[in-house]
Ligand binder design. Structure first.
Ligand SMILES: Cc1ncc(COP(=O)(O)O)c(C=O)c1O
Length: 331
């Protein structure tokens, strides 16, 4: 199976913003864009994106998961990056049009169609380091993806990073390329030095998130994760898992979590930890690495509650359980 996100549908929907107006979205070839080498995005990183999925149900229908949330987040990212604004209905139509066009290509579960809306600043003006782009391009790329857990449910090893941050504190809630670039060196170093899969960024002891997923700690009937603030990405999966956990009668604590508390709780035999995100849904964490020591989380195997929560979310996405929160949009 091809690596996640390396296969694309041959066409995408695209709209451009010029002279204060959005063009009508069009279906164009996925490799058709042209950018001036002086484009704002290439120099001053005026770019944001989203990631959501469409699922094929047994009756053949195609269903988008929580599209409204991703659109809202993209509007917020665009605003915080001073990129041109767009209406939610505008992007919603671009997403549904392209998914409808390729509905025959949406894989069956456990696969899905990963949807990547992207917004970039296109004005060719290298003197605009401190000014917004006046033109931009919005497009929606599709990538059919397979089973994230095809190689089995291995648990992840996370290095706790207390000195550095994933990105600038006020940029965490923006889904922008620069944040991923700034996290890359710490991640590569963690892989090389302690064979970690990911870095859990905990600046000054504040447990935040990894490079591309939110972090959840499960201690018995309680699920603990950092309360929303501007320092980290407000994951749609995080919100969905917390809602499902509440529905199951679990106590959900959205609050500050310190490294000290995390390590203390992780040592309990029943503790679990997981990463949440659109790609992996909920991936079990088995080991925390802190100051040269390896600390197993609970018994270091995939947690029972983690797997139960993941299945509950997958069942809704795959049309096997009631969608009682109205998270799916059938197209
Ligand atoms: C930095 C970061 N945090 C969290 C998430 C999880 O967000 P979501 O559940 O909306 O995919 C992602 C995934 O896209 C991410 O890149």
């Amino acid at each position: 199976m091809a690596a996640f996100g390396t296969v694309f549908m041959p066409q995408m929907t695209l709209a451009t913003f010029e002279n204060s107006n959005w063009s009508s979205p069009e279906l164009v070839s996925s490799d058709s864009i042209q950018l001036h080498p002086g484009a704002h995005v290439l120099h001053y990183a005026s770019t944001c994106f989203e990631g959501l999925k469409a699922f094929r149900h047994e009756n053949g229908s195609i269903n988008l998961f929580r599209m409204d949330r991703n659109i809202e987040r993209m509007q917020q990212s665009s605003q915080l990056l001073s990129l041109p604004a767009f209406d939610a209905s505008f992007l919603q139509k671009m997403i549904t049009d392209v998914v409808k066009h390729f509905h025959n290509d949406v894989p069956k579960p456990p696969g899905s169609m990963y949807i990547r809306p992207t917004h970039i600043g296109t004005e060719s003006a290298i003197g605009k380091a401190a000014s917004p782009t006046s033109s931009s391009m919005l497009y929606v790329l599709l990538s059919p993806v397979g089973d994230y857990f095809a190689s089995g449910d291995q648990t992840l090893r996370l290095l706790l990073e207390e000195d550095g941050s994933r990105c600038a504190a006020h940029m965490g809630m923006v889904k922008s390329g620069g944040n991923y670039a700034s996290a890359l060196q710490p991640i590569l170093q963690a892989r090389a030095s302690v064979n970690a899969d990911q870095v859990l960024f905990c600046p000054n002891g504040d447990v935040q998130e990894t490079g591309a997923a939110n972090f959840l700690l499960i201690d018995g009937n309680e699920i603990i994760t950092k309360a929303l603030d501007s320092s980290f990405l407000h994951g749609v999966t995080r919100d969905s898992i917390l809602t499902i956990a509440r529905d199951m009668g679990m106590t959900v604590s959205e609050r500050e979590l310190s490294v000290d508390e995390l390590l203390e709780r992780a040592a309990k035999p029943e503790s679990e930890a997981a990463l949440s995100g659109t790609a992996a849904v909920l991936a079990p964490v088995g080991t925390l690495i802190h100051k040269g020591k390896e600390i197993p989380v609970g018994d270091a195997s995939p947690g029972k509650t983690t797997l139960k929560l993941r299945k509950a979310l997958n069942d809704i996405q795959w049309g096997k359980a009631e969608d009682k929160h109205g998270w799916l949009t059938q197209i």
